[in-house]
Design a protein around this ligand. Sequence first.
Ligand code: ADP
Length: 387
Amino acid sequence: MFANRPRPTEADVLQALKGVQDPDLHRDLVDLGMIKDIRIHDRTISLTVNLTTPACPLKGKIEADVRNALTSRLGADFHYQIHMAAEVRGKGITEKGDIPGVKNVIAVGSGKGGVGKSTMAAAIAYGLHAHGATVGLMDADVYGPSIPHLVGAGGRPMARGDRIQPIERDGLRLMSMGFLLEPERAVVMRGPMLHGIVQQFLHQVDWGTLDYLVIDLPPGTGDVPLTLAQTLPLTGAVIVCTPQEVALLDATRALSMFRQLKVPILGMIENMSGFDVAAYLAEHGSPAARQLAASGRLFDDPADALVPIFGTGGARRTAERLGVPFLGEIPLNVSLRERGDQGRLASAFSPDSPSRAPLMAMVEALAAQISIQNLKARKMPKLEIIG
Ligand code: ADP
């Protein structure tokens, strides 16, 4: 029977995939141009699904959907080889202030200091890099540059011609005021000088080709986010907050500022969202406590292991109320603080790190929102650029 059936063509393969959607983008993979390199050889049909981010949280589902569609429409007689690849896309239109070669610029802000904004900014950069993206991390927290310390980077950026070379560490390209000052020296600067520094960091640093440039903003609603929003079209902003009401109020103000500046909101992260007692005991407890924690018998329900020191769920509710995506909850974890203090934040993604899973889930949720935002920007070119 098979011998009489005409061999499918490339067009047949594309037709068979009609209706298979990217679950985040709610659009056909075929229409999005994600199906590439279709090859038909004897009984083998191979193709590549080129996702819009390597950190796609639904990679497995998309692969299964493609396989099911091919099997049900072209038959089970063929051997299907599906390669999952990714090419990060930007917004697809060039606007005033864009940094050539940099596809996405993501600002990480917070309502106030001490909520873990710098830690989350660095974690976003590491998480995207762990998925294979090329990533830069710019510390725009000029008054309190903590990125060099968190990631254990030092040295002076060198100038090459009129371009400043970023410092490279763990595969990230970095720039921070911290590289330009003595460690304990305070930054005393007025608005116009800040403006100049942010401009230089954006446009004079040789970022090269980047999928994502993550920017750690100073806390609050001051000059730097304003300068940033006026200088270049940001892909969007992420707001980091802790769960208690007072913190959420500040976060809501930060969000309102980005909305006024017409910066898309990519989502909110709830950090310090409960203290995971089981994870703590497993790492720091006595041998007996470690054993008990590892046995899983310490708590009937794993959710009971989370002590809600600052409460939990406040940011999720706030995000829902304000109609912005919620990107995830990161529990308080002693080893995350230790890794940051020791300049080893990259190790928060090592397999033994209890923070790895929640951080990775947050990074993937963000990567999906960036792709969604780019699709929206493509459909709706901005009519107005502030400045
Ligand atoms: P911000 O940039 O908002 O001022 P930081 O990222 O510098 O905050 O974090 C403040 C302190 O809190 C740092 O010591 C950091 O290691 C710690 N920290 C951040 N997030 C967590 C967390 N989820 N668990 C434990 N400590 C954390």
